[in-house]
Design a binder for this molecule. Sequence first.
Ligand code: PLP
Length: 423
Amino acid sequence: MENGVSDEVGYDVRAVRQDFPILGIQVHGKPLVYLDNAATSQKPQVVIDSLVHYYTRYNANVHRGIYTLSEQATAAYENARARVARFINAPSPECIIFTRNTTEAINLVRYAWGADNVRAGDEILISEMEHHSNLVPWQLLAQEQGAELRFLRVNNEGRLMLDGLDVLITEKTRLIAVTHVSNVLGTINPVKGIIKKAHKYGALVLLDAAQSVPHMPVDVQELDCDFLAFSGHKMMGPTGVGVLYAKPHLLEAMRPFMGGGSMIRKVMLAESTWADVPQKFEAGTPNIADVIALGAAVDYLSDLGMANVREHEIQITQYALDQMREVSGIKLFGPWELQTRAGVVSFVLDGVHPHDIAQILDSEAVAVRAGHHCCQPLMRRFNVPATARASFYAYTTEEEIDALLEGIHKAQRVFGHAIERSV
Ligand code: PLP
């Protein structure tokens, strides 16, 4: 790939980058190389414009006002719901609940479904590679209800050990909560098979799709998942808006999550009845501007084409892995096979703490994340306190991977010297 222009027919990464004002800035006098997309993504101008347009032209509360601005805002808000539904092929917009983020979407299921459907002695199956937001809520629910947590383990390659699935799922399993894509290893889990097996036992499946929906085509009807959670900010949308998809009959049966305005039908002094789905789950004034801007992000991604985004990330990840595996003293985590791996590369370097790697890379304007990535059990599984992690997106170029490699070599030079001096 020359001059930052992608090889893929019809996908021009240079043109894509033009849409993201922040990608033109400098940090420490050098062009920004943003490789922390698993934490949050950058935003195209259309998303920023959508926020500004809402606040400057039709800011009003939704669902209540009998005046033009409120009707405009309501239409835009509900239109975003319809576009998000189409994006993941949900059967109807009513299956889409807007939350703050993936974490809140998962907690919504914990409270609104879990309290009535998980009892003492029941089992919840999760995996060792879960982000804390798909782990801690189930710990809390299991503790409260007297249920048992069971765990799918991870092999050395960074894949779920699914051989054990037949033993782990039992008649008592109520829920399997598993990540679609690991935010540390990049592993794309074979969730369709897991869902099929779960359903045989009458268990439901919640997919943590925080790292899949932004990066690849996801079709909830094809997967047949029961719940699916993701965050707008990781898919070019603003912070503060997330999504819970759930099958309609589940939403109908679930109790409300939070009580307050907008989620009621009739309120008496001692009791109330609930609005229809999805309003039943959206108490209070929603995050109107960010929901509308998420709609703009979904349009932008749809225009790029999710298959193209995925293909671009496969190529970039291949390019990164090919070079990184040649670095002496590096340890890379996650599977090698690119069809089942997303654009996330975690690594450690002999003799250099991941935080020092991130700091040296920052001095070169390369933004990566270092730490446990909210996956402490997974860090323990691989016997490391932390890793450095580079994560890619639709706008990542091979030149940026080259800058990452230069930064890694610089970290080795700096800390290699430090080690030599101290002996
Ligand atoms: N699940 C996974 C796999 C993630 O990578 C993240 C964020 O990094 C989350 C859940 C939580 O997302 P949020 O902080 O937007 O709720």
